[in-house]
Structures are given as C-alpha cells and as structure tokens.
Design a protein around this ligand. Structure first.
Ligand code: SAH
Length: 346
C-alpha cells in the first residue's frame, strides 16, 4: 500500500493544482485549504461544504496529521507546559506563558536539538527531526485555545524559544509563520512573533534577504569569543565578528532592532570586563538586552550569578544608553522555563 501524503504539506497552489488534475475547479482547493488551516479541520468528514464523493477521494489520497496534547502541567504562576505528541509518536514541548494581560506561546521548531550549548537541557537530547510547518502551527493553535480557556483572551505573542534551533529548520519555520500571519491562517501580526537563534550568520542574512517582518533574538551570553565558545560551541564555527556582520546586514535591510538574550553565570561572565564587552558589542548594532535568569538543569554545573553581578550589567549597559530588561523565569516548578525543556514530565 502506498503511503498517504500529509495534505497540509501542500501549498495552496499545489492543492488547487491537485483539484484541477482531478477535473475539478481550482476553487475547490481554496475551500479545502480554508478547512485545513483557518478552520482547523481534523478530519475530511468535517468539511461539510465539500461533496461526500470528494471527501472520500481526499481520504483515499491524504491524511491530516494533527498533534495531540499528551500531557499538560500547570505551574503555580499560571504557566502551562504541554507535552505534544506528533503523528510518529515523538514528543516536543510547548509552553503557555501568562503575563499581566498577555499570553505568550513558546513553541518548538525541532524534536531535540543538534547544537551543544552546555547549559541547555534540550541540548542533552539528540536531534531526531525537524518539525513540519503544520506541527509548528498546531502548537500555536493549541496554546491559543488554552489561552482562551484559562486566561479568557486570545494568544497575543509567539516566541520560537522552545526545543530546537529555528534557523536550522528554516523553510518549515518560515512556512509556519506564513500560516500564522496570513489572513487565511491565524491572521496574527508578525510584530508579535520573535524567532530566537544561537546566531547563524548565513541564515540571519537569509532572513534579511527574505524580507521577514518578525523580530529576531540572538542568544549571546557573552561578547568575548573565548567565553562564548566555551558555553556555545557554535561560536567556534562563526565568531562574534561574523555574527555582528550578519546582524548589521539584518538591520540595514529590516530596520528592526535585535534583542540579545543573556544569562549571567557565577564565575563565567559575571565580571566588569564581561559587562563592558557586552556594552561595546551592543554599541555596534541597534539592539537591546534581555537578561534572563538561569534555570538550573540537573547536573548543577552552572549557577546564576549574584544580584550584584546583574546590577553591574544593568549599570554598565544603561551608562552606555543600551536598553536592558530583566526577565524573570516562569514555570520553573514544572521545568517549563528556558532551557529546561527535555521531555521531563514526572
Ligand atoms: N535555539 C534557540 C532557541 C531555543 S533556546 C536559541 O538558542 O536561541 C531559548 C533561550 O533559552 C535561548 O536564549 C537559550 O540560550 C536560553 N537557555 C537555554 N538554556 C537555558 C537555561 N538553562 N536557563 C536559562 N536560559 C536558557
């Protein structure tokens, strides 16, 4: 028996062509497309304005692969972590993060991760595969539903800060964002979406060339090559100068300020010279800094630096007129915070 194709892997044009090949009208493709994306149909049966005969024909040719929320854990602070089961049984995690009057969805782009950032729990899992556009889209739909149910309002923001490196699944991430932002998908503004990357220069330049409208965040963690390479081996392949060059290109094309994500660790990057290096780096590119709290992972090798060290960074950055925010962790009690996503549900 031949394997049926996932119908949501087809673009709108491909779907229209499919119907033309079957001697139907291209318009039929639009109708089915709307059912698949905007209306979120889970079965061909659901497509009530499509004839029974056509539905059967679709059934014979395609499957609709939907994700399933397999387990849901709620934190004391309202954060919800979902273990998401994919059609092939693999699991990724997506997190709902509530803030005063917003809800942010933190979504995954890959199953596991191929990078070896030594402070991140996801790095301990090897990369199994990329997520498909529909698997990314469905995570957003699932969190939007939870937001309406538990927070009484719709989802307001999306961050690609779950499992995986979004720029190593470039095509699918961009296709998913298209569906999330287009009117025949969820119609969300790209300004409410942030893609976070370890900083792969070639792919950042590609984003700029592709004229994307979402925000870019780069996990920096040090503006000194030796220190950054120790924490993030990717820095050995492309160093801070190359990253800067790509970010300047990004800014020249998009005019969008980059956000640097930065953890201050005890004994690693908690000295004045580290803060000064960051300030100098930021001065070279329109940017702002999010200081994020370190979430310890099991082996306890690294520790969050003292409050004094954080204050030293704030003072140094502000003295250089660089915007700095301190981001408190959410959902720590259920291992849902940044870098804690490792399919631990017990
Ligand atoms: N691969 C992408 C997105 C996933 S990580 C990236 O690296 O940006 C999302 C953010 O969490 C990154 O800024 C990452 O550096 C940070 N992070 C990873 N492990 C962490 C931990 N244990 N505590 C706090 N932040 C962590």
């Amino acid at each position: 028996m031949s394997k049926k194709l996932d119908i949501r892997a087809l673009s709108k044009d491909q779907l229209r062509d499919f119907f033309v090949d079957k001697n139907d009208k291209p318009f039929r493709g639009n109708q089915v497309y709307e059912w698949l994306w905007r209306k979120g149909a889970h079965t061909f049966e659901d497509m009530t304005n499509i004839s029974k005969e056509t539905r059967l024909m679709l059934e014979n040719n395609f499957v609709i692969n939907h994700i399933k929320v397999d387990q849901m854990q709620k934190s004391k602070d309202g954060t919800i972590k979902n273990a998401i089961k994919l059609h092939d049984g693999l699991i990724v995690e997506s997190v709902l993060i509530p803030t005063e009057n917003r809800t942010t969805a933190c979504v995954s782009s890959q199953v596991g991760c191929s990078l070896d950032c030594n402070f991140c729990a996801t790095a301990r899992l090897k990369k199994m595969r990329n997520l498909n556009p529909d698997e990314i889209y469905d995570q957003v739909v699932a969190i939007d539903k939870q937001s309406r149910l538990y927070r009484n309002h719709k989802l307001s923001n999306i961050v690609f800060m779950g499992m995986g490196e979004p720029l190593l699944n470039y095509k699918n991430v961009l296709m998913a964002i298209d569906k999330i932002t287009l009117d025949d998908g969820l119609g969300m503004s790209p300004k409410r979406i942030t893609v976070s990357t370890v900083g792969i220069p070639k792919m950042i330049k590609k984003l700029a060339d592709d004229n994307v409208k979402f925000n870019l965040a780069v996990s920096l963690h040090s503006a000194i090559d030796e220190v950054r390479s120790k924490m993030m081996p990717i820095n050995e392949k492309s160093n801070l100068d190359e990253l800067l060059d790509a970010l300047r290109y990004w800014f020249s094309k998009t005019k969008s300020r980059v956000t640097f994500e930065y953890v201050v660790w005890k004994g690693i990057n908690d000295k004045q010279k580290d803060a000064t290096a960051l300030a100098e780096y930021c001065k070279k590119i329109p940017s702002k800094v999010n200081l994020i709290e370190y979430n310890a992972i099991d082996d306890g090798e690294f520790q969050q630096a003292s409050e004094d060290a954080t204050n030293l960074y704030i003072k140094t950055l502000e003295a250089n007129k660089i915007i700095v925010n301190v981001r408190r962790s959410r959902g720590k009690d259920i291992d849902a915070a940044c870098g804690q996503l490792a399919n631990k549900t017990t």
